[in-house]
Write a protein of this length. Sequence first.
Length: 399
Amino acid sequence: MPEPGSLVAVGMSGGVDSTLTALLLKEHGCRVVGVTMSSWIGDYPLPPSSQGVRSSCYGPDEAIDIAQCQEFCRQQGMKHHVIDVSEAYHHHVLDYFKDVYRCGRTPNPCVNCNPKVKFGALLDGIRATGIDFDYFCTGHYATLVRPGDDVRLVYEQLAVSGESGQQSGGQTGQCAVEVPVRPVMISAATDRRKDQTYFLCRVPSATLEQVRFPLSAYTKQEVFQMAREWGLAAANRGESQDFIPDSYLDIIFSDQPSRPGDIVDLSGKKLGVHRGIQHYTIGQRRGLGVSSNRPLYVHSIDAVSNQVVLCDDEDLLCSGLVARDWVWAGDYAPESAFRAQVKIRLASPAVMSTIQPLEDGGYRIMFDEPQRAVAPGQAAVVYYNGIIFGGGIISREIR
């Protein structure tokens, strides 16, 4: 928790997590300012929520959430500000989402939104209003830690031996550089079922220096219980949703006509016609629109030939991947191969792997056990002892 008396800006969405975060900080003795980002500009004909509360982080019901945040802050005697992040959101989330899908890849808009918008444009907007906050707090379920030793020593301990230019494992000598690299790093929260660290993997350590996650020590059940005990209206809301529901995808992609193309198997045999490659992801089974006497899955998406390639389940296994555009803790990119765990999607467990730097700045990751449906465009996140060391974007799978 921030120190009592600190000026704290709390990112509020109207949900139970961020609302309780603001109240906990107030009770802790902090000076709390609520901030809510505004991204909606009405450029997509998305329908309003039938429940009166928006079902995603982008939609026409944004004003309802803002009003709820404003009312809560008024009742608690807190100041509240609405920060316009619509330009950044449209560029880094919506346009990014559509462009990556149309290139035959599977984007993760939340992984891009966090560093660019929630912990980027929003913080810039808060500062632009003149709020000189000590900390920025959110209701994320994650923990912030700082290593006791130079992070480079950890890489030395994890290094793979026997390859050119690499150090053998087990070295614990002092680093030659006088200033140690001890960045703020992200670790899992107490409630592992609600762990959100994967989505935060690309928030830079420099930004995290001024960030705190007050809910890190609580479970979701405890959060709801405290919210009910305090009589918070947000306790009656359902779980907040990320980005947009699948039912809105046709509307989001309506700015360009869909290009139907062939659905083929691994041999190139035509099985059917797809309605546009943006509607398909690696590993997808349902909604393929083809008849078969056995289950088929999306093996790959070829944007150049405008084809969706299907396969059997066993053909989805991959021995590794190549990922680029990395964000490493403390901006220190490891220079030698090392061993750690890698997570290729939120729902997949982290698996032990060998991470090898490439000459072009990318990293080749080889799994100890083959992994299913590696999807280019998704994030590959490197963990050690549950702590994030880096996050990159998968550029291709290794089969």
